[in-house]
Design a protein around this ligand. Structure first.
Ligand code: GLC
Length: 437
């Protein structure tokens, strides 16, 4: 399929998913506005209608809390009942600083918005509307980062923690298994609830019910402490410094510093965070044996030793030194030689690898977008080109899905991708990758 055909299909996906002022990730399965999805979605909108990119980000930040938290879901419609956990289960009114409208969840997601803002500004340098937008959006994003450094870094290391797998954006990754297994739920301890996702997507591609119970348990733990209480760090069985979240935060800090300087804002606070975060990240999260970065389990006091896609994302933030980056590049090119589409989300040689269950193996186009740019910046042009052409190939062959089979031999027997269809960030990643050709 020629690229302009792919491009016009991608445009259609974003148009179809546009609601009044924001874009849903996909119909039915995810009927609201998601935090990091929206960031990536702006990338696509900017090439079609810059006003929509601005509206998208404004709608998202209309759900920001007084403490700076940017929630992982904004429930713009209170009538939409096809999603669990909905706003009535989150009950964010337990925190007086949570807006009453729009309603939201009480946890966050990867803070991509700094580098998205920088991207919009870079691609539209003379646009007055974007400049005015950047001026106030800078302050909101800064406030969000301040929340992460204030409430999520109890030991002042410059590394933020997550207490719920959904915050990582990689909800079902095996990285969280050990922490989730620490949660023992007694009969009747959880309120009755009804999942909706397994009606809307193939249960084999979704989390199991034991896992879901633990997600609910952690949600309730957050609620017990108004979602920002210090007790969360004391009590949560899952307390992790996620490599990808922190790499994204570092990338977004760097972008904010750049934008701030352009707009003549004070960036001293961000620069201080940044030098500490970079130092701690490099000291604490690299694992020489794996040849990759790892996430750190604050409960066990150990790295979580798996080759997982979050360990690759630091290339996007300029974190690895040249030898470390070389190892990561090597890992990717070997996977390519072995017949995998780049980039499997989990170690294909691990027993925990599951090529179709989400975040336990499949390929995700928006992850490839970050990896492509990271590899390019380090000068690994060949591997970057493979990441890009694989992304084009899977979307051309299997459609605009949420995630994809990484094993080419298995994929050859399939006619579609996995999870939700007509997926927004898949479309956006394609649009931006085509424009960066
Ligand atoms: C899934 C993904 C998460 C994403 C959401 C909406 O929950 O794991 O990262 O934000 O879907 O697309």
């Amino acid at each position: 399929m020629p690229l302009d055909n792919l491009l016009s299909q991608a445009h259609k996906v974003l148009e179809t998913n546009w609601r009044d002022g924001f874009t849903i990730p996909t119909d039915k399965l995810y009927p609201f506005q998601w935090n990091w999805d929206s960031g990536f979605i702006c990338l696509g909108h900017q090439f079609m209608d810059i006003g929509k990119a601005i509206q998208e980000m404004n709608s998202l930040f209309s759900g920001q809390w007084e403490n700076g938290l940017l929630p992982h879901i904004i429930f713009h419609s209170e009538n939409e009942k096809t999603y669990f956990p909905n706003f009535d289960f989150w009950e964010t009114e337990v925190n007086p600083g949570a807006p009453t409208k729009p309603k939201s969840s009480g946890i966050t997601q990867p803070p991509v918005h700094g580098f998205i803002l920088e991207n919009l500004l870079r691609n539209n340098p003379q646009n007055e509307e974007i400049l005015a937008f950047a001026n106030y959006m800078f302050d909101k994003i800064l406030n969000y980062h301040r929340f992460l450094y204030t409430y999520r870094d109890p030991f002042s290391e410059g590394l933020m923690y997550i207490f719920h797998p959904w915050e990582s954006g990689r909800d079902n990754s095996p990285l969280w298994d050990e922490s989730l297994n620490r949660i023992h739920i007694k009969e009747g301890e959880l309120p009755q609830y009804h999942r909706r996702d397994t009606y809307l997507a193939d249960p084999a591609e979704r989390p199991t019910s034991a896992q879901y119970d633990r997600y609910v348990y952690l949600l309730l733990l957050g609620k017990k402490y108004q979602y920002d209480g210090l007790e969360i760090a004391e009590e949560s069985p899952l307390l992790i410094q996620d490599d990808m979240m922190n790499a994204i935060l570092i990338k977004a800090n760097e972008a904010l510093i750049k934008v701030g300087k352009q707009l003549r804002k004070d960036t001293a606070e961000i620069e201080e965070w940044q030098s500490q975060s970079l130092y701690s990240f490099r000291e604490k999260l690299w694992n020489e044996e794996l040849g990759m970065f790892t996430s750190y389990d604050l409960r066990s006091g150990e790295q979580i030793k798996h080759k997982e896609i979050g360990g690759i994302i630091p290339v996007f933030a300029g974190i690895p030194d040249s030898q470390q980056a070389e190892k990561i590049n090597q890992y990717l090119s070997e996977l390519h030689d072995r017949g995998y589409y780049l980039t499997p989300s989990f170690d294909v040689d691990s027993q925990l690898f599951d090529s179709k269950r989400y975040w336990r193996g499949p390929v995700w186009p928006h992850m490839n977008w970050m990896i492509f740019h990271g590899l390019n910046d380090y000068g690994f042009k060949d591997t970057a080109a493979i990441v890009k052409s694989d992304t084009f190939e899977i979307v051309e062959k299997f459609g605009f899905f949420e995630y994809y089979e990484p094993d080419k031999a298995l994929a050859a027997k399939l006619v579609r991708g996995y999870g939700g269809g007509l997926f927004s960030w898949t479309a956006s990643s394609i649009i931006d990758l085509i424009h960066s050709s």
